[in-house]
Ligand binder design. Structure first.
Ligand SMILES: Cc1cc2nc3c(=O)[nH]c(=O)nc-3n(C[C@H](O)[C@H](O)[C@H](O)COP(=O)(O)OP(=O)(O)OC[C@H]3O[C@@H](n4cnc5c(N)ncnc54)[C@H](O)[C@@H]3O)c2cc1C
Length: 536
């Protein structure tokens, strides 16, 4: 019933036949050994389908839905979890598949979606929208709530087509289940591209990006998916919502905004018109080294306020740059790129480098002169590790290595204090809970004139038997520190079930009440993604 013959790994990243080479794994093992001062790891074996017995389905769909629904073991297994650290730890170290969905639906069109939602509403069955399943916040996990008789996951992978391309206005109408590579493949002949390259691009969908307000690789201007969406179609249990396709509108609160970030709790996004770009033909890229972090931050702030709008401006703290072989450990590294399909970028790059120079930055002149500079040298090393990172996650977890990220957004004047407090809280929690030092480093993923989106990466070596609990203590300390220091609980990883505690602290109470009223109107039986955004 899934569209691809190639099966995805039910517990990890990629397809079942994807392999991480011994060389690549060896490189990471050596890096982890140095990080934690251990000689060797003793990885837990990965789970196999044959060793797992799933609970019998608690509910069965009627004959009218059977053409696109299944109770097949692999399908239920694959839809048990998203891809957070604790999801992986539960699968690899606990073999915990105790709460699978009872049924998985692969709707072919909106009529199928309406039919399953009606059935779920009439039968008290929770309905979980599922795009690529790359949620890192518990967004697709079946709820453990005995008010529901069962769970049905609605996997949108069959809604995978680019339906229309408007080359004049540079936009396309695309079905929500389309994964990143399929989307770009279908656009290729038009010469246009969405260029929304989040790290999980290979295995995440347009609908998932919209539902979670994901952010792609552009550091400025087109940062979050919000900036790409022209209009939406959404199927809710109460009926359909179709918004008007417009560049923008001043007609009251924007209905698209209600569904951007709705995380499957208000309706199922079935398609969207999104903005496209011409493929960039002009590119200018280099890396800049800074000996002083505070000055590097000031340089990046000045660039962000100078109207230069770089496509990439990742300021990577020195320890993280060293780990990814992008730096020598004595310098913070700024990966800086401009791109355009229209004009030469030298004036923009030269002005940005002039600003860097004012703050003591030294740039790589060879990279600047090279055709493919973003793929070479420090920038290339960083890019390779970034692209391969997702494939290494299950190998890290199998060895007890937790590598997680917490990300936020904060205004410039509070940033230095903010990053110090988050790092301090995270490192303290790692030491307390694992009994040994870990690391916590920061880079900027996105830039706004009034503040950066800092992205913290932490590493801790835990006790495999207690990894889930240890993870939660560290995650909670980092999250609370982000809120207490004035930031948001997430810039783009979404809320899911995992961030609810902090989201509830962040949102205004009257807004929460208004959202509850909206949920009640659109999903009167509260079947859509229970526990997300609003409680029953
Ligand atoms: C290794 C890794 C790297 C990542 N990198 C990034 C990154 O660079 N930027 C970023 O923003 N995020 C990143 N993420 C997080 C994740 O990829 C994003 O949240 C992504 O947008 C989820 O898309 P998906 O299709 O996989 O959605 P899913 O994981 O399937 O679902 C996510 C949420 O959206 C809901 N949903 C899915 N489809 C629909 C729909 N059609 N209608 C309504 N609700 C729906 C689900 O119910 C769930 O609540 C990363 C995750 C991993 C594992």
């Amino acid at each position: 019933m899934p569209v691809s013959e190639r099966r995805r790994s039910f517990f990890g990243w990629g397809y079942e036949d994807d392999v991480v080479s011994a060389d690549e794994l060896g490189w990471f093992e050596r890096a982890w050994s140095q990080l934690f001062h251990v000689d060797r790891f003793d990885p837990a074996p990965f789970p196999r389908e044959s060793e797992i017995t799933l609970r019998k389905p608690r509910v069965s769909v009627p004959a009218s839905l059977k053409a696109f629904c299944t109770e097949d073991k692999y399908d239920r297994l694959f839809h048990c979890y998203g891809r957070s650290v604790h999801d992986l730890a539960r699968m690899i170290h606990r073999r915990d598949f105790a709460n699978p969905p009872d049924v998985v639906a692969y709707p072919r069109d909106e009529a199928d979606i309406r039919a399953v939602l009606d059935w779920c509403g009439a039968n008290d069955v929770a309905a979980i929208p599922f795009g690529g399943g790359s949620s890192v916040v518990g967004g697709v996990n079946p709820p453990s709530d005995d008010r529901y008789r069962g769970t049905l996951t609605i996997d949108l992978q069959r809604l995978n087509r680019v339906l229309e391309v408007d080359t004049t206005s540079q936009a396309a109408r695309i079905q929500a289940g389309t994964l990143g590579p399929d989307l770009e493949r279908q656009l290729k002949s038009t010469g246009l591209t969405m260029r929304f390259f989040l790290q999980a691009w290979e295995f995440s969908s347009l609908g998932g990006w919209i539902a979670t307000r994901a952010a792609g690789h552009y550091a400025t201007v087109y940062t979050q998916i919000d900036d790409h969406v022209e209009s939406l179609r959404v199927v809710t249990p109460a009926g359909e919502v179709a918004t008007r396709r417009l560049p923008t509108s001043g007609a009251g609160p924007n209905p698209d905004r209600l569904f951007l970030g709705s995380e499957g709790a208000l309706g199922i996004i079935t398609e969207a018109w999104v903005r496209l770009h011409r493929r960039p033909t002009f590119r200018s890229a280099t890396t800049v080294r800074f000996g002083n972090y505070e000055k590097a931050v000031a340089a990046v702030r000045t660039i962000s306020q100078a109207g230069l709008y770089p496509a990439n401006a990742r300021l990577i703290e020195r320890d993280e740059a060293k780990f990814t072989e992008a730096g020598d450990g004595r310098h913070d590294i700024l990966v800086l790129t401009f791109e355009s399909a229209d004009h030469d970028l030298d004036p923009w790059m030269n002005r940005a480098l002039e600003i860097c120079g004012d703050y003591g930055g030294e740039w790589d002149r060879d990279a600047l002169a090279a055709e493919d500079s973003q793929r070479r040298g420090a920038a290339g090393n960083w890019r390779d590790k970034f692209l391969r990172g997702p494939y290494l996650r299950e190998h890290a977890i199998a060895r007890g290595v937790m590598r997680d990220t917490t990300e936020s957004c904060i205004t410039w004047e509070r940033y230095m204090d903010f990053q110090a407090r988050v790092k301090d809280a995270t490192l303290r929690a790692i030491r307390e809970v694992t009994g040994r030092a870990g690391t916590c480093t920061v880079r900027f993923t996105h830039l706004y004139p009034d503040g950066p989106a800092p992205y913290f990466t932490w590493h801790a070596l835990g006790d495999k038997a207690k990894l889930v609990e240890q993870f939660w203590v560290i995650k909670a300390a980092a999250s609370q520190a982000m809120l207490d220091a004035g930031g948001t609980i997430t810039h783009h990883h979404a809320l899911g079930r995992d961030h609810r505690t902090w989201y509830d602290q962040e949102r205004p109470p009257l807004f929460a009440d208004a959202l509850k009223a909206v949920k009640q109107r659109l999903d009167p039986h509260h079947v859509l993604n229970p526990g997300i955004l609003i409680d029953r």
